[in-house]
Ligand binder design. Structure first.
Ligand SMILES: Nc1ncnc2c1ncn2[C@@H]1O[C@H](COP(=O)(O)OP(=O)(O)OP(=O)(O)O)[C@@H](O)[C@H]1O
Ligand SMILES: [Mg+2]
Length: 262
């Protein structure tokens, strides 16, 4: 994949972005408020923060699935006003369509783009290989896979799209340690090859330090801190430098106050 940005250019920017939800139960809920954040080209930015602090809302704004109530989200210099081409999304639920085979799910973006069947099959096979799913799985349906395999298939789908910007919402959440570590390693390998710009949400501080160039710590509805992770890949989560970064992030998260309304 070609990315034409330099390492320092920001591909995705939140500029004082805010999102307010108005429901009967909570008529004035600011899920995200006055949040500014730059995601540099070809870098992995991880967001950590407590449940309900607005991480998924932030990602949905970036994906153009929701509109910002205030401020702006800017992608490649243009204000986001709907789903954009060149953006791959892995949702918190994985988002595989149950009535489609793994191959059809993985090649969904290519079908929408009108690519030929042969092209779709070839690209899907390559993407499945890259996440180490065996070829025979391509004809299976999502419910026939293990949780870890489904996560891999979701990762394969986003890779198949060859999107230069990847938005990933806890893509490895709820997996066992071993599978999670393998998928993290695969993601770093793929990122090393293609250098997409990644915005990755996780609850795991260790995962954030394994993956990120920069970790953004969120408190309720806003950003509270950013930490650069200047460690080479592959990273060892138990190295003194990794542990030091993890400790710093843990301390920052502990300083995050609960909102009175929760
Ligand atoms: N569509 C919606 N309508 C009303 N409120 C919403 C909506 N989506 C999210 N919220 C509220 O916005 C706040 C932030 O939600 P969000 O899903 O962004 O949190 P999160 O940080 O992703 O949490 P988690 O870590 O549990 O996934 C929560 O209080 C949530 O209830
Ligand atoms: Mg969420």
């Amino acid at each position: 994949m070609e990315t034409h940005q330099t390492a320092t250019k920001s591909v995705l920017q939140f500029r004082d972005a805010g999102k307010r939800f108005c429901t009967p139960a909570r008529p004035d809920l600011w899920a995200v408020r006055d949040l500014s954040l730059d995601c540099p080209a070809g870098k992995i930015t991880c967001i950590v923060g407590p449940s309900g602090c607005g991480k998924t809302t932030l990602l949905r704004l970036a994906a153009g699935l929701d509109d910002a109530t205030t401020g702006q989200v800017v992608l490649n210099g243009a204000t986001v006003s709907g789903p954009s081409q060149g953006v791959g999304l892995v949702s918190q639920e994985g988002g595989l369509l149950p009535w489609m085979s793994v191959e059809q799910n993985v090649a969904l973006g290519l079908s929408i783009a009108g690519r030929s069947r042969a092209d779709r099959r070839a690209r899907a096979a390559r993407a499945l290989g890259r996440v180490h799913l065996p070829p025979e799985v391509s004809k299976s349906f999502p419910h026939e896979l293990s949780g870890g395999m489904r996560r891999r298939a979701a990762l394969a789908r986003v890779l198949c799209s060859e999107a230069p910007v990847l938005l990933m919402d806890e893509p490895f959440g709820g997996l066992d340690e071993h599978t999670r570590r393998k998928l993290q390693t695969q993601l770093v390998e793929l990122w090393t090859e293609d250098r997409p710009t990644i915005l990755f949400i996780t609850h795991s501080i260790e995962e954030a330090v394994m993956l990120a160039d920069r970790v953004v710590v969120m408190g309720f509805a806003t950003k509270t801190a950013e930490i650069e992770i200047d460690l080479t890949h592959p990273r060892d989560p138990l190295s003194p430098d990794s542990l030091d970064c993890q400790l710093k992030i843990r301390e920052l998260l502990q300083q995050t106050r609960q909102p009175q309304s929760l």
